[in-house]
Design a protein around this ligand. Structure first.
Ligand code: F6R
Length: 604
């Protein structure tokens, strides 16, 4: 993870721009940050543990200034969260910032130590700086020293390097982790992500894997993996959604939860034909989907749960086999793909490394790939055979909410495409009303917040459901643990007796999603089993379920607004999100930036 920025200005101070760029990249990691510039052939740097705000505070008391500057916001992989481990790291004539993991750093550390370098941090990054300096000392040109170093690194990384003896030279390299650059009349800019570069230009160039960029006195050269100069296209990013403010909400997460009806409406509308009677897709994608017998969905985390929900929908309504895979497992388990007609990769960021590696694997087997992705021009969008953009807009809160709703909207549209045209039109019509139902749930925010009070004392919470709400139970548990640090686990309710029941005592809370359907009596039996053992239950059901006779009675009941069963996950997931938000907020946690997490998972 981590965000890197490098700026070379024609005149003026690059440090404030670097800080501004880092603020756009903080979603990539926020445990420490640092900035470095060059003055009179000397490096000057300021680093701070904690969020970017701490670095800004440090800079207020020790300002930095220089026309060239590199900056970093860190998500620790190797070495604790300390000032020493914070980037930039320097050695002799070179200083670097790095995103990614150097897998052979132990071997390289020994190598540089044998050459007399002292390693003073616990990071895998430091060896890169030592190696570059080592090759400089051997008399290599700066870019050759970088190239020779890159040749020795194993893993995934992107770096930006500056040199105290050449203060108008900046070199960047990409190997697995994203890196892009832009130029303007004011200078040259390198960053992990276009969202940072959009501060300075509407046109960015995404480096390809193993590219190196050399910015020498504002002359820009890109070298490909063979060291040959190459022109990479610039993309217009003026339509990129930039960070908006909280629009009066206390937290980005809350704002994003409340944006969901609009996001679902916008995403669905973008997939409808003019008279709203059918789903419109790229013609080639449509023909692959319509003839497909089996699809594979690959994703991580919340996006994986969106895929799981699609499996319930597609098999029940689209009558097609669906396998759903966790990308980090899929990419390494030599999967059998003989019967896969289409692969769908789901990712909010479009940069999740395991999802991208899965994409490469699928493409190497000639499986057509569809990326469902929120971030425009992300790697998944650029590298998939087809893509559909989820119109969630920028999701600032690290915990995903509106991106999930947008993902399941796209997936449902694909399911609609596979059902009979007459039924399809009816379902489309009904689904167009779902944002209204979602608003009804949001109207009950205060009631849902009251359910949070009892949960804050819990050490363990289990989430249970059957059928298509099961992935929503999983998602509810994930949201609670990532935001409130309470141990939470989601189960298919039928699994209770196969082990989790042993957890139940007076301190356990269960959140049970059980709308009225054929399985309700069975889920209510599970509820009774929990209550009989002293556990407490928050039951999410609807107005039709007959639960008056159950004894003991659940402590808390929330009734959903009426809607067709197929659409209920759009409502139940918002309740799960609000519960997690409310509990974390009551506990005083950092809702938008929970500890240890990052929004874009670009390392394994
Ligand atoms: C949880 C969350 C993560 C992401 C996961 C995949 O709230 O946000 O579980 O869903 O890291 O990220 P993307 O969708 O960017 O591939």
């Amino acid at each position: 993870m981590c965000g890197v920025v490098g700026i070379l200005l024609k005149t003026g101070n690059a440090v404030p721009d670097v800080i501004e760029g880092l603020s756009r990249l903080e979603y990539r990691g926020y445990d420490s940050a640092g900035v470095l510039t060059i003055n009179n052939q000397n490096f000057q740097k300021v680093r701070a543990v904690g969020k970017l705000e701490s670095l800004k505070n440090e800079l207020r008391s020790a300002p930095l200034s220089g026309a060239i500057a590199i900056g970093h916001t860190r998500w620790a992989t190797h070495g604790g969260v300390t000032i020493d481990n914070a980037h930039p790291h320097e050695s002799g004539r070179v200083a670097i910032v790095h995103n990614g993991i150097i897998e052979n750093h132990r071997y390289l550390k020994k190598l540089v130590q044998d050459q007399g370098y002292q390693c003073t941090t616990d990071t895998d990054t430091e060896v890169i700086a030592h190696l570059i300096d080592y090759y400089l000392r051997l008399g290599n040109e700066h870019h050759i020293a970088v190239q020779k170093t890159l040749n020795q690194l194993e893993g995934t990384f992107s770096i930006v390097a500056v040199f105290k003896d050449r203060p108008s030279l900046m070199i960047g390299a990409r190997h697995g982790s994203p890196l892009a650059f832009s130029v303007s009349e004011h200078g040259s800019f390198i960053a992990s992500d276009a969202i940072a570069l959009s501060l300075w230009s509407n046109h960015v160039c995404y480096l390809e894997d193993k590219d190196m960029i050399i910015i020498d006195d504002h002359k820009v050269v890109v070298l490909d993996e063979h060291g040959q100069p190459i022109e990479r296209p610039f993309k217009n990013i003026s339509h990129l959604n930039l960070h908006s403010d909280k629009l009066g909400y206390s937290h980005y997460m809350l704002k994003e939860i409340f944006e969901q009806p609009q996001v679902v409406h916008d995403t669905f509308s973008s997939l409808l034909n003019d008279d709203e009677s059918d789903i419109k897709l790229d013609a080639r994608l449509e023909s692959i989907l319509m003839s497909a017998k089996r699809i594979k969905i690959v994703a991580c985390g919340t996006s994986y749960y969106a895929g799981l929900l699609c499996q319930y929908w597609m098999e029940a309504y689209g009558h097609m086999g669906v396998d759903v895979e966790i990308a980090s497992e899929f990419r390494y388990r030599q999967p059998y793909l003989g019967d896969t007609d289409l692969a769908i990769l789901i990712s909010q960021s479009g940069e999740t490394i395991d999802t991208l590696a899965s994409l490469d694997l699928l493409k190497s087997q000639n499986i057509p790939t569809l990326g469902i992705v929120n971030v425009l021009e992300s790697s998944l969008m650029r590298r998939s055979d087809f893509y559909i953009q989820t119109l969630a807009g920028t999701e600032v809160s690290v915990a995903s909410t509106k991106a999930f709703s947008a993902q399941i909207t796209v997936l449902l549209a694909l399911v609609f495409k596979k059902i009979e045209p007459s039924d399809r039109e009816l379902k489309i019509k009904k689904f167009l009303n779902i944002p209204k139902h979602m608003n009804c749930v949001l109207d009950q925010f205060d009631d849902i917040m009251k359910l949070c009070n009892p949960l804050i004392q819990s050490k363990d919470v289990i989430y249970m459901a059957r059928g298509m709400n099961t992935p929503i139970a999983f998602e509810g548990a994930l949201k609670l643990k990532e935001l409130s640090y309470i141990n939470a686990q989601g189960y298919p309710a039928g699994e209770l007796k196969h082990g989790p029941i042993a957890l139940i005592d007076e301190s356990l809370y269960a959140v049970v999603i059980a709308p009225s359907n054929d399985c309700l009596p069975k889920t209510l039996s599970n509820v009774q089993e929990i209550l009989a053992r002293g556990g407490k239950v928050i039951l999410v059901t609807d107005h039709h379920s007959k639960i008056d006779s159950i004894n003991p009675y659940p402590q808390h009941i929330y009734r959903l607004p009426d809607c067709d069963a197929i659409f209920q996950p759009f409502l139940t997931v918002m309740i799960m999100q609000m519960l997690a938000f409310g509990v974390a907020n009551l506990k005083g946690q950092d809702v938008d930036q929970p500890r240890n997490l990052a929004k874009s998972v670009t390392v394994e």
